[in-house]
Design a protein. Structure first.
Length: 644
């Protein structure tokens, strides 16, 4: 539509005189824009008193029969502007008859009738004009790239349309990056540094993939030790990113806040805390000795504003099994202790906390002990096993029970408060459902109890597992991580080691203990697992430990730094991760130099991995340079993003 052209008024003298009203006076507003006056000077003028209306005027000859006054051919004056009602979507067929807007489309007018044109990537596949271009050809699996092109399912997953091409619908955090339907969504884009957040998005050197974003691999790391032999053996973390580390030290040692003073002779254990940047918060000694026999420590756990250390710490005729400390200051709180005047013995082997802050412990029991709720007795000659729960704030006894089995190694819980315990035994076992006969070789066992300690289920496996760790996804799944030699069957058929010890990872139904999946990893050398964790944010299981020589965690051959070919039994520390949905390899890395190095524990919190162990000579985590020992063996702590 265009505006009409404004003309200056001219009095025409063509076969007329001075026209009176209605006798040929042309108002400028009535003249078409392309009509210009043409006055021949040789033509005789006419007297105004003798007007002539018989001959056509110049105006009559210049106005097309299908044009409105002041508009071009085919145009109509609509308000103050000219419009072609044959193709103007604002005046289609008549003035002010606007074509309606449609979703994902632009209105058009053709031959005085309204229509629309779809935006790029959209189509009117249902032939219903009222909803416009309702179909995305880039994303609709029933109309992929063109109306009617249906994407078929694959690998048990529904079909999907991805940028106008058919694929499969991958769960959030995964993708089909090799375009092969047979292996489904093979990539975890939340943690894969080669496909971080999407297929082909590769992280650079020194970066890891965390929550689908490339970030620095290691956030911080530091050496723990003095001039003697020291190590870091346990770690936990809170939701604020504060790390809590425990290990063995030889006085004197400075963990960042000045010298730690040994409170007893014999083996010395420390407990220290660092904030999310690696800055020292507090550190302290824990005495662990009793007359003639060294005490021992077996783990730490964090809940709310408390951190708990477990094992056996002798104080006179009492043995402290659990000690609590203020998480902010390290100040001591309540303790769980038992009478040691009898010849019987008791020791805690593993500790954890549940979502309510309840402290869960499991261990070995000889004879009869009162763990707070009345006497419990080992159910067989020698050591039996027990599991118990205590209020995290006060230490008050919640429940406890003894059962027939060998040494427990791990304990965890789900979000409902159900408890899971794992260990190994060569004895006959009764985990709550009745006895099973003993065997000549050790067997792995896993048992579950409800929030009151009542038996739920148990399973015994053919073959043993060392360094056993278990983890819950909080609801329907339980995971096993460890190492084995020769053979083990956790429910999915026998897994055979490729040489010495290999890695085993498995998933079970948390409500019944039924086997879901299992896998092995390793080569002809030793792969010893000492720690394991589940990162619930990524659904990835991460193991740590040590290996020597050549190994394959699932992503290709790796070689320890020194010096297996020369017959020297030196090891490297490792981190290796597997998808919790089915055990698929995700990533692995090794850490160490030309001496013995080992990972001892790992935990996941707040989307990060917290990793401790011991090293000789040096070790580097790509943050803050190389860590070098100052004595024999030192400990290390490092905080990493999930794919270091």
């Amino acid at each position: 539509m265009r505006p009409a052209t404004l003309m200056i008024g001219v009095t025409l003298w063509a076969s007329i005189g001075c026209a009176s009203e209605g006798d040929g006076f042309i108002d400028a507003g009535d003249r078409p824009s392309d009509a210009q006056p043409s006055i021949d000077a040789s033509e005789p003028s006419h007297d105004a008193s003798e007007p002539s209306h018989d001959a056509p005027t110049l105006l009559d000859a210049r106005i097309a029969p299908d044009a409105a006054p002041g508009c071009g051919p085919g145009e109509t004056m609509c308000g103050a502007a000219c419009a072609d009602t044959r193709n103007d979507p604002a005046h289609c067929g008549a003035c002010d008859e606007a074509c309606p807007s449609r979703d994902h489309a632009s209105p058009t007018c053709r031959g005085s009738s309204c229509s629309f044109v779809c935006d790029a990537g959209w189509a009117d596949c249902d032939a219903n004009a009222t909803n416009g271009c309702e179909t995305s050809l880039a994303a609709d699996p029933s109309n992929c790239g063109a109306c009617g092109t249906v994407c078929p399912p694959g690998a048990g997953l529904p079909g999907a349309c991805i940028d106008r091409a058919c694929g499969i619908a991958c769960p959030t955090g995964s993708a089909d990056c090799n375009d092969f339907r047979g292996d489904g969504c093979e990539v975890a884009t939340a943690a894969d540094p080669a496909n971080c957040g999407g297929c082909g998005v590769a992280c650079g050197d020194g970066e890891a993939c965390r929550e689908g974003v490339c970030r620095p691999r290691f956030v911080w790391s530091r050496r723990l030790g003095g001039t003697g032999n020291d190590s870091a053996a346990w770690i936990d973390a809170d939701l604020a990113g504060n790390a809590y580390v425990a290990g063995v030290y030889t006085p004197p040692v400075d963990l960042g806040g000045g010298p730690v003073t040994a409170s007893a002779s014999g083996t010395n254990y420390y407990l220290a805390s660092y904030d999310a940047t690696g800055t020292h918060r507090w550190s302290r000694d824990i005495a662990v000795v009793r007359t003639g026999v060294s005490g021992m420590m077996s783990g730490i756990a964090v809940a709310a504003d408390r951190v708990f250390a477990a094992g056996r710490v002798s104080v006179g005729s009492r043995a402290v099994l659990v000690a609590s400390y203020d998480a902010v200051t390290g100040a001591p709180g309540w303790t769980l202790d038992v009478d040691t005047t009898a010849s019987a013995d008791v020791v805690i082997r593993a500790i954890a906390t549940d979502p309510t802050g309840t402290v869960l412990v499991t261990g070995e029991l000889e004879g009869t002990y009162d763990l707070g709720g009345g006497p419990v007795t080992a159910a067989m000659t020698g050591y039996g096993a027990f599991v118990a729960a205590y209020d995290g704030a006060t230490g008050a006894h919640r429940w406890s029970r003894a059962f027939t089995a060998g040494r427990p190694q791990a304990i965890t819980s789900d979000d409902a408060g159900n408890v899971y315990v794992a260990g190994s035994t060569t004895y006959h076992a009764d985990l709550g459902a009745g006895p099973s006969p003993g065997t000549a070789s050790p067997r792995l066992w896993i048992a579950s109890y409800d929030p009151t300690g009542a038996y739920r289920w148990a399973r015994l496996s053919a073959g043993d597992c060392s360094g056993t760790r278990i983890a819950s996804n909080g609801s329907d799944a339980l995971y096993l991580m460890g190492s084995f030699d020769t053979s083990i069957d956790v429910g999915g058929g026998a897994l055979s080691s490729a040489g010495l010890t290999d890695i085993v990872v498995a998933g079970f139904d948390a409500s019944t203990g039924a086997h879901r999946w299992s896998r092995r990893a390793g080569s002809g050398s030793r792969e010893d697992v000492w720690g394991g964790t589940l990162d619930r944010t990524t659904g990835v299981l991460t193991l740590t430990g040590s290996f020597d020589g050549l190994t394959d965690f699932g992503g290709g051959v790796q070689l320890s730094a020194c010096c297996y070919a020369l017959g020297m039994p030196y090891t490297d520390a490792f981190l290796a991760s597997y998808d919790a949905a089915g055990g698929a390899f995700v990533w692995a890395n090794q850490y160490g130099e030309a001496d013995s190095d080992s990972g001892r524990a790992v935990t996941a919190a707040g989307g990060a991995l917290y990793f401790v162990g011991s090293f000789r000579r040096g070790v580097s985590f790509g943050s803050g340079g190389e860590l070098l020992t100052t004595g024999g063996t030192d400990g290390f702590v490092a905080v990493a993003n999930p794919s270091p």
